[in-house]
Write a protein that binds this ligand. Sequence first.
Ligand code: AHR
Length: 495
Amino acid sequence: MNTTITVNADQSTGTISRHIYGHFAEHLGRCIYEGIWVGEDSPIPNTRGIRNDVLEALRNLSIPVLRWPGGCFADEYHWKDGIGPREQRKRMVNTHWGGVVENNHFGTHEFLDLCELLGTEPYICGNVGSGTVQEMQEWVEYMTFDGESPMADWRKANGREKPWKLKYFGVGNENWGCGGNMRPAYYADEYRRFQTYVRNYGENRVYKIAGGANSDDYNWTETLMREAGGYMDGLSLHNYTVPGGFEVKRPATGFDEAEWFETMQLALRMDELITRHKAIMDQHDPKKRVGLIVDEWGTWFQVEPGTNPGFLYQQNSLRDALVAGLHFHVFHRHCDRVHMANIAQTVNVLQAMILTEGAEMLLTPTYHVFEMFKVHQDAEALSLHLDTGDYTLGDESIPQISASASKRADGTLDISLCNLDPNREAAVSLQLRGLAGIPEVSGRVLTHNDMNAHNTFSQPETVKPQAFEGVRSVSADGLSAVLPPASVVVLTLLS
Ligand code: AHR
């Protein structure tokens, strides 16, 4: 069956917050240390300790927001250990992730410097599980108070005269698990107490994010919205794509079609999760004041053979690229409520953008999807009707095509398409309503004839975007195109 997509170019369904293209970097394995921070004395070229190659690659993604320092690490992190002269900083054990020494060389100043170098907004996650209200209050005061106070004076003594601007602040992480094993009503009360002291200093306005549910724990969302909804700006949600489940986990490469199919099915489940969490939020907050913050998502596979199991280092293939594209389409569809999403994680951990090995660096297929899709950031999502056939394996089926369309401020249209079937190309007829004249069409495609294709340090460009040659005809009413099997395509229409 051919796929027909109807796009109403003059009907917006909402703005796609650029924060949906957010990232997450935790003190986990080689994400911060080695992946981002190498120190000022490193032979790897760096800017104030941050490696230049990674910096440049990340700048090219126009990262809107970066979450730090965790994750599970956040509820064990005591920020005062990470300020002042580096050689005097406390060395601690990263108990959650590999039991390695954390020397605290990358702390508040280094993180906020990274954000300034990237031109990205910081999203800091505070410690509820093992921290105190005072510690959290003082952290916000240290970063944002412009005046005379013990914390502001300390910041100045550490070399930063002016406060930073900090909007996004998370009050704990996964407090149903590694963040304290709390029950929802208990956490709701803890959230209410902790957030009271997360102050707005001067003109800085903090957007407070409550720790949210694990996947389909709808009771968590219900309780938080009922008991604490009035005290939050955002509520988080975590869901990973884990073929085989957490007990088993499957390898990141060397998979068969059954694992490919299962991965696509699991990625598509994000739509159901958001729909159901949204329905609960809508009951308590019909005006949609509270944003849904999907601040951890992505694939979770077995670690690469021979690597520390606590470091969560995995390869990234064309399959991950499709997973990313599918997630973005879901987030676009729910842009009325989804204000932010943060993929886990930026470098060397889980579904990473970048892998490093010593001085070497490579860009993953997921990186390329973030780069291709950045045109959707802050664009108007367009109403779209999709009529597609199935991709079937055995007795299970999923839609073959996923699509999303948006309009930039200057009127340019961007239409992204995913063909989930690794064996069949897809003939697509795109009908455009509300366009004046015949558009000029260009496109890029990310694909490969091997669904296991991935980039390695010896062959870093196996999977990379190419010019899309599949457009067959263009008229004032639309266009027709053929998508290769297992592909992500972005079409740009100028009229
Ligand atoms: O991203 C890895 C871990 O997954 C995070 O630390 C935690 O929040 C989640 O369970």
